[in-house]
Design a protein around this ligand. Structure first.
Ligand SMILES: Cc1cc2nc3c(=O)[nH]c(=O)nc-3n(C[C@H](O)[C@H](O)[C@H](O)COP(=O)(O)OP(=O)(O)OC[C@H]3O[C@@H](n4cnc5c(N)ncnc54)[C@H](O)[C@@H]3O)c2cc1C
Length: 391
C-alpha cells in the first residue's frame, strides 16, 4: 500500500451532492481531494430532468432551493454550466388543483417569493404547445432555472477544477475502504492507494454495496426507479422552462402546506396513474427534444436489485396517454427512454451519518438533489468545519 499526502477533506462521489460539497470546501480554502468511481458521473445526477424548482420543496428545504438557484446563476455568469432561467409553471386542470395553486401562491407571497397566477389564455400565449382542454390556470415562478442533466455536472466539475488550485479531482477511482486512524481518516482505492485527510464526506448516491454496507442495511433507505422519455428534437414546440402539471400539484411536498391538500381526493381517472407514482413533467432540452416523465416504483435498500433493468410498457403507455391530454405535439415521437434511480428515506429529508466526527455520510437526498444540493452542501460544510453550532 502507498500512503499519499494529507488533505483537509476527501469527498467521495461526484454526483451533484458530492460536487457541491467539494465546491464549498474548496471555496473556503480547504485542500480537497474529490474522488469518483466512474470515468464520469452517470447516475441520478445525469439521469434526471434538470428542473431546479424551489417552489416544489418542503418548507424546511425551500431556502436551500433558493440559495442553490442563486449559486447556479452566479456560476453560470462565469462559466457555462448549462443553466437557463426560464421559470417553472404549474398547470391546474380541475377545481381542486386550481384551489391548490391559489393556496400555494399565498404561501409563496408570505415568503416574499415571486409567483404569478396566469389565466388559461396567458398560459397558452406563453406555452403554445399546451392544450386549452387541459389548462385551466397556471402558477408561474419566473426566477426558477433548469439545467441540462447530461452536461451540468461535467461542466461544474471542470469549473471547480479550473477555479480552485487547492482541489484535486480523481475520476475512475473506487473507494473500497475508509477507516479512522488516530486523528486522520485513511481512504483506500481499488488500486490500493491510500489517501489521508482530516475528514471524509461520502456522497455515495444510490451505491450501498461498497462502503459501510452494514450501516445501510438497517438505514430504512429506499430506492426509487423512475421511467423517463425523451422526444425527437422538436425545436418549433413552444414549451420552455419547467412544466409541471396537475398530478405534480397533487404530489409535490410544497403543496402539502396548502389548507385544502389534506382533503384532496384522487379522481377515478387518475387512480391507475397514482398507483405507479406517475406525474407528468416536461422539460425542453437545449437541442429541442422534450424530456417527459415520470413514474415511481420503490424497493427497500436490501431489495433494490428487485427493481430490475426493464422498462414497463404499461407505465410508458400511461404516461403517453396522460401527456397527450396536456400538449398538442405527438408525445410518442420518442428518441430514447430510460430508467433513473435515486435513494430516499420515507421519513427523513436526507441521511446524515457521522462517524466520530471524522467520516460523514450524506446520501438519500431523494428527488430534490438538483434543486437543493448547492444550498444544503454549503450549510453542511459550514457545520462540519465549524467549532460552533451552525443550526
Ligand atoms: C429520473 C430522475 C429525475 C429527477 N429529476 C429531478 C429534478 O428535475 N430536479 C431535482 O431537483 N432532482 C431531480 N432528481 C433527483 C436528483 O437527480 C438526485 O437527488 C441527485 O442527482 C442525487 O445526487 P447524488 O450526488 O446524491 O447521487 P448520484 O448522482 O448518484 O452520485 C453519487 C456518485 O457517487 C459515486 N460513488 C458511489 N460510491 C462510490 C465509491 N465507493 N467510490 C467512488 N465513488 C463512488 C457514484 O459513482 C456516483 O457518481 C431526479 C432523479 C431521477 C433519477
Amino acid at each position: 500500500m502507498m500512503l499519499s499526502k494529507k488533505y483537509d477533506l476527501i469527498v467521495v462521489g461526484a454526483g451533484v451532492l458530492g460536487t457541491f460539497h467539494t465546491y464549498h470546501a474548496a471555496a473556503s480554502g480547504k485542500k480537497v481531494l474529490h474522488i469518483e468511481k466512474d470515468q464520469y458521473p452517470i447516475n441520478a445526477t445525469v439521469q434526471n430532468f434538470g428542473q431546479v424548482v424551489p417552489s416544489g420543496m418542503p418548507a424546511n428545504w425551500f431556502q436551500y432551493g433558493v440559495y442553490s438557484t442563486q449559486l447556479y446563476n452566479q456560476i453560470q455568469s462565469q462559466f457555462d454550466i448549462s443553466i437557463r432561467k426560464n421559470g417553472s409553471i404549474y398547470i391546474a386542470s380541475d377545481d381542486e388543483e386550481q384551489n391548490l395553486i391559489h393556496e400555494l401562491k399565498a404561501v409563496m407571497d408570505s415568503r416574499g417569493y415571486e409567483a404569478h397566477l396566469l389565466t388559461q389564455q396567458k398560459c397558452i400565449e406563453k406555452w403554445p404547445a399546451l392544450k386549452a382542454s387541459y389548462c385551466r390556470e397556471g402558477l408561474f415562478f419566473p426566477q426558477e432555472v433548469s439545467a441540462e442533466p447530461s452536461a451540468m455536472i461535467h461542466r461544474l466539475i471542470e469549473y471547480c477544477s479550473t477555479k480552485f488550485p487547492n482541489l484535486t479531482y480523481k475520476p475512475s477511482t473506487t473507494i473500497i475502504n475508509c477507516d479512522i486512524s488516530g486523528d486522520e481518516v485513511h481512504v483506500v482505492t481499488h488500486r490500493s492507494e491510500v489517501f489521508v485527510a482530516d475528514k471524509v464526506i461520502i456522497c455515495n448516491g444510490g451505491e450501498f454495496k461498497i462502503l459501510f454496507p452494514d450501516l445501510f442495511r438497517d438505514s430504512g433507505i429506499e430506492i426509487s426507479k423512475l421511467q423517463m422519455l425523451r422526444t425527437m428534437p422538436l425545436p418549433h414546440v413552444g414549451l420552455e422552462g419547467n412544466i409541471l402539471t396537475g398530478l405534480t400539484i397533487r404530489r409535490y411536498e410544497s403543496f402539502t402546506e396548502c389548507p385544502s391538500f389534506s382533503a384532496l381526493k384522487t379522481p377515478e381517472h387518475l387512480k391507475e396513474l397514482k398507483r405507479w407514482g406517475i406525474h407528468i413533467l416536461f422539460k425542453k432540452a437545449q437541442d429541442g427534444s422534450i424530456i417527459i416523465g415520470d413514474s415511481h416504483e420503490y424497493a427497500g435498500v436490501n431489495d433494490m436489485d428487485d427493481l430490475g433493468f426493464e422498462l414497463k410498457q404499461h407505465i410508458n403507455q400511461l404516461m403517453f396517454k396522460e401527456a397527450q391530454k396536456i400538449v398538442l405535439f405527438d408525445v410518442t415521437d420518442i428518441a430514447s427512454t430510460w430508467a433513473g434511480f435515486y435513494a430516499q428515506h420515507p421519513e427523513k429529508d436526507i441521511i446524515e451519518i457521522d462517524i466520530e466526527n471524522k467520516i460523514h455520510i450524506r446520501t438519500a437526498i431523494g428527488g430534490k438533489g438538483m434543486t437543493s444540493s448547492a444550498g444544503y452542501a454549503e450549510k453542511s460544510i459550514q457545520k462540519l468545519f465549524s467549532t460552533q453550532p451552525v443550526y
